[in-house]
Design a binder for this molecule. Structure first.
Ligand code: DLZ
Length: 158
């Protein structure tokens, strides 16, 4: 049954399907865990609020954002998983090889989604500073984890 969804700040209203029977994998990078735990909480709450069942949501940690694509691949290849949400935070000012990590993660996540033909969502913050990250992880600019969950829900209703 399609239902109308009023979205978060960055999103417009859209139609989504019933996600009660959908299974989600949430991948959480342990780097900058103060940030990524907030992203996780936001994503989890958003999925539950929109009807996902708690027992249909699995969480897996990876050491850093660079490991998100491989973790996503391991989850996406499981046939019962409908969508994978990748959550991480790479802070430019604190990461000398920022571009290498961000490019690898973005390309890797894209590739996994295309390979397994299912939504694999890029919920990775790439701010200049810790404060900018906090602002986007439940602070004044909302929560990118919420937005990543909404994106997964919308793609499942495509
Ligand atoms: C090594 C590293 C650095 C310097 N910074 C970050 C970061 O800001 N955010 C993040 O998620 N991960 C970081 N990492 C770890 C890498 O993602 C990765 O775990 C290691 O390079 C090992 O492959």
């Amino acid at each position: 049954m399609a239902t109308s969804l009023k979205n978060l700040s960055q999103h417009s209203e859209g139609n989504i399907g019933d996600i009660r029977d959908k299974k989600f994998a949430l991948l959480v990078s342990e780097w900058n865990d103060e940030i990524t735990e907030s992203l996780y909480s936001g994503a989890l709450e958003t999925l539950l609020r929109h009807g996902a069942r708690r027992e249909h949501i699995v969480r897996k940690n990876v050491p850093g954002s660079f490991e998100l694509p491989l973790g996503a691949q391991w989850m996406a290849k499981q046939e019962d998983i409908d969508a994978v949400i990748c959550l991480g935070c790479v802070i430019q000012g604190e990461t000398r090889h920022f571009e290498f990590i961000c490019n690898a993660v973005a390309q890797g996540i894209t590739q996994v989604g295309l390979t397994f033909n299912k939504p694999v969502i890029f919920g990775v913050l790439t701010p200049d500073t810790q404060q900018q990250a906090l602002d986007r992880a439940g602070g004044k600019h909302g929560n990118k984890g919420d937005e990543a969950a909404i994106t997964a829900i919308k793609m499942l209703g495509f």
